[in-house]
Design a protein around this ligand. Structure first.
Ligand code: SIN
Length: 547
């Protein structure tokens, strides 16, 4: 049992809900709506519609709904972008289901853009062979989709919302997930924990961008879902594959606002500080090359001191405010006018291809636990996600999970708190100290586990992460961030090749023996970290003796 914490069991608030969904982004809300009228409870750390990465999505949803497009072509582009690690059957089935999920979203009231003939307006994004991305008001897809779903959820009596509750842990019994432990975020005494039992828990609590110093993700994208699942013993997959978006707007904001790839789809170009059009030398598709290639080229320009900018002046010019109102507003607030000015950019952690391993219907390796959205690793994205396939994956897997659970009353379980996988709380956080530790962790991840990696840097990162773990202060936030960061750093160390979003300067080519997905457990990660630290200490000792 944890020191200095109290626990309560909530039952009244949950009468009748055997399904708990953790997370209220697109994946969580869509699952709940597809399950209706089956009663579900959604746990959200923030009020509904606020603070989710889904709301910030600018691009839209990829779906082969254009006249000359096919699900086969969409699947092929997904497989090509994924650099050898996409599971082809997964890509094919998801691409086939995409048009139906767009129909669902239209039925929930999402006002996708239409052209003069009334057909869905489609954008082009990198590595798509067709214009294939359905969007809303240019770059407002995420906000509009979430707005429509929040309205639909609030009209649906079968969905209960426990907002401002932060899930802390999965409760397990005999390797089965039987509930959730959570804290009420508005309570000053955050050590008071509440346990709720469930027949099924769906983790849809988002990604990991906040593990990095520069990210497009909101504050709560800090690997909580991964950490909870890993602590409970779930298998993780492809953790090393983090996607860095090449064009986050570099104006010193945290999180960094995004300049959507659709701008490049409409002809915007990338230039360095000397006005050089650097993508031409890098890839035949120039600005529309796969995202990892563009991100590395932008990183190179910045580290070489030339700087990198998005030039929208000629291709978009005066149409900017109407075509991309979201990005235009961000620029104007930062004192930039993209009609006349270059937009300063930098790569930013944007999306995690890895996550909790699931099968084709969202089941994880633990009984009683499903996962979807960015927290899951389904095999769709491989080493590099195709643009606008993330919201698509969220709705496709939400629907599949709902179908898997629909009509099955699973019953709520009685929680036996002593069987839970509780995080260690060394000390209640002194806020400033916690912030310092989080800052160190984020800097470490960006410096050593970022766009360009190598053995020396990854080993240094693991050493720093282990030092934090064995240091004087561990809070739930630090505990989760550490756990997710260690999964990523160790998987990156073990993959001695470059592929998709994972680039190793000491192994710059792909290697055939690594053309497979990676799988990890928390135990494996901890063992590897301990080995790395011991090896580092031994090398240090040898150096001291020989000097
Ligand atoms: C973008 O609009 O560039 C981002 C879309 C995505 O991440 O898929």
């Amino acid at each position: 049992m944890q020191m200095g914490t109290t626990r309560k069991s909530i039952t009244g608030a949950l009468d009748g809900s055997d399904i708990i969904i953790v997370g209220a982004g697109l994946a969580g809300l869509f699952t709940a709506l597809k399950l209706a009228p089956h009663p579900v409870t959604i746990i959200s750390a923030t009020p509904l519609g606020i603070g989710t990465a889904s709301s910030w999505a600018q691009g839209g949803i990829a779906a082969a709904v254009g006249e000359s497009d096919t699900a086969e072509a969409h699947a092929e582009d997904t497989i090509r972008a994924g650099a050898g690690l996409v599971e082809p059957k997964m890509a094919e089935s998801v691409a086939r289901e995409a048009p139906d999920r767009i129909e669902d979203l239209l039925a929930f009231g999402v006002p996708f853009d239409r052209n003069l003939e009334g057909l869905l307006e489609l954008s082009r994004e990198a590595a798509h062979s067709k214009r294939r991305v359905v969007r809303v008001k240019g770059d407002m897809a995420g906000a509009s989709i979430m707005n429509a779903l929040v309205n639909a959820v609030s009209r649906q009596p079968s969905i209960k919302i426990l907002d401002q509750y932060e899930a802390r842990n999965l409760i397990t019994q005999d390797s089965r997930v039987i509930g959730i432990r959570m804290a009420y975020t508005q309570k000053t005494d955050a050590s008071e924990l509440y346990d709720i039992g469930a027949g099924a828990v769906i983790l849809a609590a988002g990604g990991i961008g906040q593990l990095y110093e520069v990210t497009t993700n909101p504050g709560l994208s800090r690997g909580d879902a991964l950490a909870m699942a890993a602590r409970a013993g779930a298998i993780m997959a492809d953790s090393e594959f983090v996607q860095f978006h090449p064009t986050a707007i570099n104006i010193g904001k945290d999180p960094a606002p995004l300049a959507t790839e659709a701008l490049r789809g409409d002809g915007a170009t990338l230039v360095n500080g000397a006005g050089g059009h650097f993508m031409k030398q890098v890839h035949d598709d120039a600005e529309l090359a796969p995202r990892d290639i563009v991100a590395r080229a932008v990183h190179r320009e910045i580290t070489n001191g030339r700087g990198a900018f998005l030039d929208c002046r000629t291709a978009i010019g005066r149409e900017f405010p109407e075509k991309f109102p979201g990005v235009y507003k961000i620029c104007r607030e930062a004192g930039l006018d993209p009609i006349h000015d270059l937009i300063p950019i930098a790569p930013a952690a944007h999306y995690h291809m890895g996550g909790i391993l699931t099968d084709a219907i969202g089941r994880t390796s633990l009984d009683g636990l499903w996962a979807c959205g960015e927290a899951a690793s389904t095999g769709l994205h491989g080493a590099n996600r195709l643009a606008s396939n993330s919201l698509l994956e969220a709705v496709v897997f939400a629907a599949r999970i709902a179908q898997d659970l629909q009509g099955r009353y699973l019953g709520t379980r009685h929680c036996n708190p002593d069987k839970s996988t509780a995080p260690r709380l060394k000390k209640q956080a002194a806020g400033d100290v916690e912030e310092e530790i989080v800052k160190t962790l984020r800097q470490t991840m960006s410096r050593h586990v970022g766009v360009v990696r190598n053995e020396e840097g990854l080993t240094a990162a693991i050493d720093i992460l282990e030092n934090i773990e064995h240091g004087p202060l561990i809070t739930p936030k630090i505990e989760n961030m550490l756990c997710a960061a260690k999964l990523i750093a160790t998987a990156a160390l073990e993959r001695e090749e470059s592929r998709g979003g994972h680039f190793r300067s000491d192994h710059p080519q792909p290697r055939e023996e690594f053309r497979k997905r990676s799988f990890q457990t928390r135990e494996h990660t901890d063992r590897l970290c301990a080995k790395v630290v011991a090896r580092k200490a031994k090398t240090h000792l040898n150096l001291v003796h020989s000097s």
